[in-house]
Design a protein around this ligand. Structure first.
Ligand code: FAD
Ligand code: FES
Length: 289
């Protein structure tokens, strides 16, 4: 699908968790073209500052209503500006960008979904599509592991548990659900329930994704991880969103994948995780939670 520019319009926005807003945008062309797991570059300014567009995932895609939703955390200038946009504000969208999630084949069996912090954003649309047309079986066969720093940063029950899926929550400070990392909760529950997932989806900070990737590789579960980096252009032009690829190219040199055009969805096996960890986070990589 070709990317395009669309002039959208704010319909409403609501603070749904601490510093976390859900923004409904009228953008009929984008809503008709986007897939779960793709993203778009949003202009978050009136004048020239900030100059660069910001990347956001599609949180909900509602083609019949001509609406897309964004779930975002206020972290800086652009998202602060966004949080003050009233209904009627025009906003320019560039997208849809990136590859998006693949749904499992019919009758594939239970799936595991892992969300860290605002990483829940693209996973909500994925879950809706799994419920509507994925081969998962019962809603309870979608096992969502959802971690955040504290309970106030998590989406409420009516947006998740009420879908009938199996939700396991964790917080770093123990204020909601399991006290500890979401990846520890994942290990525990899968073992206790003897779950045999057919597929794993995840979005969250890179440190979480590293542990999710290790788990998926250990358990031979096919994975689709939505990865992030700082993005200046979102269309493969600036080469600023590089991650070290697992496969060396024909000349045996290291080569790099670009999150905006090769991703943002990658299999656990396609990234040199060790390289990212041992050398610390290169400037192109931002760990957000
Ligand atoms: C493919 C993709 C999809 C994304 N989807 C979402 C989404 O659905 N919801 C959402 O809330 N965010 C999402 N992000 C992150 C989002 O783009 C950033 O939070 C946003 O660009 C911050 O803009 P700002 O102007 O508010 O912050 P800036 O003023 O640019 O930065 C303020 C501070 O935040 C830091 N920062 C920069 N990037 C990020 C980041 N990725 N996360 C947190 N802090 C950051 C900066 O280093 C700086 O310290 C996505 C990123 C990518 C690459
Ligand atoms: S953000 Fe510019 S190449 Fe990916």
């Amino acid at each position: 699908m070709q990317k395009f520019l669309e002039e959208g319009r704010v319909l409403e926005q609501q603070e749904v968790a601490r510093q976390t807003h859900r923004l409904r945008l009228e953008a009929p062309r984008m809503a008709g073209a986007a897939r779960a797991g793709q993203f778009f570059m949003l202009q978050v300014r009136e004048g020239m500052d900030p100059l660069l567009r910001r990347p956001f995932s599609f949180h909900r895609i509602l083609p019949e209503e001509g609406i897309v939703e964004v779930l975002y955390r206020v972290v800086g200038k652009g998202t602060w500006w966004l949080s003050r946009c009233a209904p009627g504000t025009p906003l320019s969208l560039l997208g849809p960008l990136g590859n998006g999630f693949e749904l499992p084949p019919i009758a594939a069996g239970p799936v595991v979904v892992v969300a860290g912090g605002i990483g829940i954003a693209p996973l909500q649309e994925l879950i809706q599509q799994l419920l509507a047309k994925g081969g998962v079986g019962r809603p309870a066969d979608i096992h969502l592991f959802y971690g955040a720093r504290t309970g106030a940063e998590q989406l409420p029950e009516n947006l998740l548990e009420d879908l009938g899926i199996s939700v396991y929550r964790s917080t770093d400070d123990g204020s909601l659900g399991y006290g500890g990392f979401v990846t520890d909760l994942l290990r525990r529950v899968v073992q206790e329930k003897n779950l045999q997932p057919s597929q794993l989806y995840a979005c969250g900070p890179l440190a979480m994704q590293y542990h999710v990737a290790r788990w998926a590789l250990e358990h031979k579960v096919p994975s689709q991880l939505s990865l992030e980096s700082l993005m200046a252009c979102g269309i493969g032009a600036c080469l600023g969103c590089a991650l070290p690829a697992a496969q060396a190219d024909a000349s045996s040199q290291d080569h790099y994948l670009h999150v905006c055009k090769d991703g943002p969805i990658f299999g656990a096996e396609s990234i040199q995780w060790h390289k990212i960890q041992t050398h610390g986070a290169p400037p192109t990589i931002f760990l957000y939670s």
